[in-house]
Design a protein around this ligand. Structure first.
Ligand code: 13P
Length: 340
């Protein structure tokens, strides 16, 4: 394991206040999002959409790494340039989603475990050969009546740690994503309690599996009230609750925390990240950054609608959201930026 290279990759991903673009939706998830907009759910439509993203002019100014899906990392532009090369030429480090999805956890109704450890060492070696320098594994934890169970937390944390150790062995920086879902009517305090418990167990398992913390990226949820909870806290309260929760559970050796957006609106995700950096940036051991999928892509997808004629407008929207989130990393985002 080359520790220095891992540390260098982790730092490069977030240099100049950049962040990550998650464009690694599985075919199922991508097709569901296409279906809502009447876009054909075909390999070619997914390829065309991903070409739109990776060829967005200026994207490398604000995006340090892009997470691809297995289908996408093997694809090319219409002009036969591999997406991996397009990204590298734009100064964007290619990453890859390597989990095999969240499946029902036996004996735990309503809970899931993320699969994909079998054969992972060989798959990671292939992705490294293809140019990937970081990877992602997403575990999901639901909040509900009596949920999450300890069995669900422990099993997912264990899998995340084994994945992370395998990544570091081959030279990939693992993005460790334990997502506490927004769905539900629970209060913010409950999300905070669950997120802290999950993160403590994740770091316990990372320690047991001898993962080098300087060479990982943590990708957590923000601490929010459930999406159907009538009380939704103001931006500053979310920022305070999130940072206070992370301070309890995330070791200072971790270089960066890159939030998922989880279904928040694009504007709220930017505003909340911004508020955290305004208030805490100078006092935190880790960078607070973004690894958004929907909160960067959704406005662009809505504009594209599968039509060639809309590519330019969609690329401008994508670039704009990436820019807003880069500003949020500096604490320089404002609602004014949205009035372009
Ligand atoms: P969202 O930002 O849409 O939550 O997606 C992030 C992600 O990569 C989920 O694994």
């Amino acid at each position: 394991m080359n520790s220095q290279k891992l540390e260098d990759t982790a730092k490069s991903l977030f240099a100049d206040n950049k962040g990550l673009l998650a464009m690694d939706e599985s075919n199922g998830t991508c097709n569901r999002r296409f279906a809502k907009l009447g876009i054909p759910q075909t390999v070619e439509a997914r390829r065309a959409y991903r070409e739109l993203i990776v060829t967005t002019p200026g994207l490398g100014e604000c995006i340090g790494g892009a997470i691809l899906y297995d289908e996408t990392i093997r694809q090319q532009t219409k002009g036969s340039i591999p997406f991996v090369k397009v990204l590298i030429d734009a100064g964007i480090i290619p990453g890859i989603k390597v989990d095999a999805g969240a499946k029902e956890l036996a004996g735990h109704p309503g809970e899931k475990v993320t699969e994909g450890l079998d054969g992972l060492r060989d798959r990671l070696a292939e992705y490294f050969q293809m140019g990937a320098r970081f990877a992602k594994w997403r575990a999901v934890i639901a909040i509900g009546n009596g949920l999450p169970s300890w069995g669900c937390i422990e099993t997912n944390a264990h899998a995340l740690a084994r994945y992370a150790a395998l990544c570091q062995e081959v030279g990939l920086v693992p993005v460790v994503e334990p997502e506490v879902l927004m769905e539900g009517s629970h209060k913010l305090e409950r999300c905070s309690e669950v997120t802290e418990k999950v993160l403590r167990e994740v770091f316990c398992q990372l320690y047991t599996q001898r993962v080098m913390l300087e060479g990982i990226i943590l990708k957590p949820n923000m601490v929010l009230a459930g999406s159907t909870c009538p009380k939704q806290e103001a931006v500053e309260e979310v920022a305070n609750a999130t940072v206070n929760c992370l301070l309890q559970a995330v070791p200072a050796a971790v270089p960066a925390i890159a939030f998922l957006s989880g279904g928040q609106s694009a504007e709220l995700a930017s505003a909340r990240l911004n508020a955290m950096n305004v208030r805490f940036k100078s006092r935190l051991p880790w960078a607070l950054a973004f690894s958004f999928a929907r909160a960067i892509q959704q406005p662009a997808l809505d504009l594209w609608k599968g039509q060639e004629a809309n590519v330019l407008a969609a690329q401008q929207a994508l670039y704009y959201r990436a820019r807003c989130n880069q500003a949020a990393r500096r604490g320089a985002y404002s609602a004014e930026m949205e009035k372009r």
